[in-house]
Design a protein around this ligand. Structure first.
Ligand SMILES: Cc1cc2nc3c(=O)[nH]c(=O)nc-3n(C[C@H](O)[C@H](O)[C@H](O)COP(=O)(O)O)c2cc1C
Length: 203
């Protein structure tokens, strides 16, 4: 089992803590998930007028998400909410109406912050959008990582041993299981209905 995962990082900062957490999740789930970060910093601001002739950056982004089996959001909180750059990416992927690339994609939401509430506000704003986007989002364990700092990582960008690393490992494993469960259930349901249709044909 290896599922292709598109990771969307809600920070453009070179030394982003969230980008480093995202990389750690990839490393911990390496045998189960084929992860890649889909960059969002170059996406022109969403404008419905452009839907008829979309910028190539929008097309690249939409294709990358469409090709994935699941989506992992790793984001900071800005002013108790979702960073604008991430909201823009979500809006770009959700349109044109009826062609959202997020539809039915299993996902998980991780927020990391030096603050003590771990980006709870941003986490739930992403979750709110995901409801409308019809994404089955992993409910538990929740991932609000507080008190994250440069000191949480070693020189090579790996998480140092400790409670944060333990939590991130749990999230990585749970997310891999979540994505696999959704895809396995869908496959079994499709096989069941194909089988039932054949039986009806021969009845
Ligand atoms: C514009 C702005 C707003 C912020 N607002 C919050 C906030 O509401 N809650 C919080 O925990 N941290 C907030 N922070 C601090 C970020 O959590 C911190 O800069 C973090 O390192 C950003 O994530 P990154 O390292 O992935 O870029 C804010 C930072 C910026 C630049």
């Amino acid at each position: 089992m290896s599922h292709k995962i598109a990771i969307i990082v809600g920070s453009l900062r070179k030394d982003s803590l969230n980008r480093r957490v995202a990389r750690s999740i990839c490393a911990f789930a390496d045998d189960l998930l084929d992860c890649g970060i889909v960059e969002i910093g170059d996406l022109p601001l969403y404008n419905q007028d452009l839907d008829t002739d979309p910028p190539e950056q929008w097309t690249r982004f939409r294709q990358a998400i469409a090709a994935a089996d699941g989506v992992l959001f790793c984001s900071p909180e800005y002013n108790r909410g979702i960073p604008g750059v991430l909201k823009n990416a979500i809006d770009v992927g959700s349109r044109p109406y009826g062609q959202s690339v997020f539809d039915k994609k299993p996902g998980a939401i991780v927020t990391a912050s030096p603050g003590s509430i771990g980006g709870f506000g941003a986490n739930h704003q992403i979750r709110q959008a995901a409801v409308f986007l019809n994404m089955p989002i992993m409910q538990q364990p929740e991932a609000y990582f507080g008190h994250v700092s440069d000191d949480s990582f070693d020189e090579s960008g790996c998480l140092k041993d400790g409670p944060l690393k333990d939590l991130v490992m749990v999230i990585a494993g749970s997310f891999a299981n979540w994505v696999d469960m959704i895809h396995t259930s869908r496959r079994l349901l499709a096989e069941d209905s194909a089988h039932a249709a054949k039986q009806r044909e021969h009845a």
